[in-house]
Design a protein around this ligand. Structure first.
Ligand SMILES: Nc1ncnc2c1ncn2[C@@H]1O[C@H](COP(=O)(O)OP(=O)(O)OP(=O)(O)O)[C@@H](O)[C@H]1O
Ligand SMILES: [Mg+2]
Length: 388
């Protein structure tokens, strides 16, 4: 009949050359994120070292976790679609869920994890996924927490928005054919890059940028575990600058921590010396974000002095601190947005800044666009004065 029957042979899953994507371990064998050796813990980047092991470790997204737990408790799991901005825990959540369902030992046999670094043209979807999905479980019941779900295989398609549309189309038939023994979890940053037919086959969960308390909980945990010396103000800036991206906040924290390592007389790291405390200023330097006092100075000069003085001051600050106009623009628009000014002025500022940001992004020169910025802010001030 159909090729389900043809493919329906119980092959030892180990022989199926299931390719895992992340690190390449000893003996050239590929390792999944879920299977990193414990010994690697010391040298791992913190984003991997502190990747949540269980669903309880995932910060925020309480409603999503609650729904998923309910699916698991009732032994029913639909095809899943996780989408949202980077660093919000999509990959971590599905890996933790897989571990919960199958148990750490069985994850490798039961889960096929493919991401954008693997070849995912139409051939891979046809062959690799089909072969994996069509083989039955030969190990008997997998003793995970959810016994019923343990009989399903899980195919994780990470970064699915990078798949060709032909491959996405090939996937929809496969998803339907193998629903009897397979569940898919599709992960993407943008849903508009996924085919509508694929979207309608999945239950969608949006992973929004993490709120400050959720970031805080995890970061506090890492600070305590790694004995990071950091001021309270620095933690607050770190969380604010991460804009809901946990990966970014962990990476910045690790970079700041590394640069606070004391050096001996020869310039070599010396762990016996006390560490410097990480300050707010270290965090801004690490991210290369403009310091708040520089932005305040730029804003004050733009609002209160004439255009020549403004341009000179901005130029001086930019050269001294090595700032890019793009960074100044986003920080400045945030500060200008907080001011109590007439609506007309605010509209003029926001429209103007948006226009300049677009021009900078599409290749406009820094010097001319800085002039444009000064012009826009002064124009808003002129409107304000006219009204008085
Ligand atoms: N909600 C969270 N709770 C705890 N840690 C998190 C959370 N979100 C992200 N992290 C941390 O950030 C790292 C990256 O997260 P993850 O790979 O899950 O992000 P993602 O949403 O898949 O991002 P991308 O879209 O870039 O693939 C993880 O290793 C983990 O350490
Ligand atoms: Mg991911």
């Amino acid at each position: 009949m159909s090729d389900i029957e043809e493919m329906d042979i119980d092959v030892d899953v180990e022989t199926l050359k299931v390719e895992f994507s992340s690190a390449v371990g000893d003996k050239g064998k590929k390792l999944s994120k879920a299977n990193l050796p414990v010994s690697a813990g010391d040298t791992l980047p913190w984003v991997e070292k502190y990747r949540p092991n269980t669903l309880e470790d995932v910060s925020g997204h309480e409603d999503i976790l609650q729904t998923i737990n309910r699916f698991v408790a009732s032994n029913r799991l639909p095809h899943l679609l996780f989408y949202g901005p980077p660093g919000t825990g999509k990959t971590s959540t599905i890996l933790a869920l897989a571990r919960q369902i199958y148990g750490v030992k069985n994850v490798r046999q039961q889960v096929l994890e493919l991401n954008a670094s693997d070849d995912r043209g139409i051939d891979v979807v046809r062959e690799q996924i089909k072969t994996f999905a069509s083989t039955r479980q030969i190990f008997g019941n997998v003793q995970g927490k959810g016994d019923g779900l343990g009989n399903f295989k899980l195919i994780i398609l990470d970064e699915a928005d990078a798949m060709t549309s032909a491959a996405q189309n090939a996937l929809r038939r496969i998803m339907e054919k193998y629903t009897a023994n397979t569940r898919f979890c599709i992960i993407a940053n943008y849903t508009h890059k996924l085919s509508a037919a694929l979207l309608s086959r999945c239950t969608r969960f949006r992973f929004s940028p993490l709120p400050l308390p959720a970031l805080r909980r995890r970061i506090d945990h890492v600070i305590a575990s790694e004995n990071v010396r950091i001021t309270e103000a620095a933690v607050e800036s770190l969380l604010k600058l991460s804009r809901g991206d946990m990966r970014r906040s962990l990476n910045v924290l690790q970079a700041c921590h590394a640069s606070s390592t004391p050096l001996d007389a020869n310039g070599r790291p010396d762990p016996s010396l006390p560490r410097d405390e990480i300050t707010e200023s270290d965090v801004y330097d690490c991210i290369a974000a403009p310091h708040p006092e520089d932005i305040m100075q730029i804003m004050n000069t733009l609002l209160n002095s004439d255009i020549t003085t403004s341009l000179r001051t901005i130029h001086e600050i930019k050269t001294k601190k090595g700032l890019a106009l793009a960074d100044i623009l986003s920080a400045l628009s945030e500060e200008l947005g907080k001011l109590q000014v007439p609506t007309q002025t605010m509209v003029l500022w926001m429209e103007g800044l948006a226009e300049i940001e677009w021009r900078v992004g599409s290749g406009g020169g820094e010097a001319v666009q800085t002039g444009g910025l000064a012009g826009v802010v002064r124009q808003g001030v002129a409107v304000m004065k006219q009204r008085k």
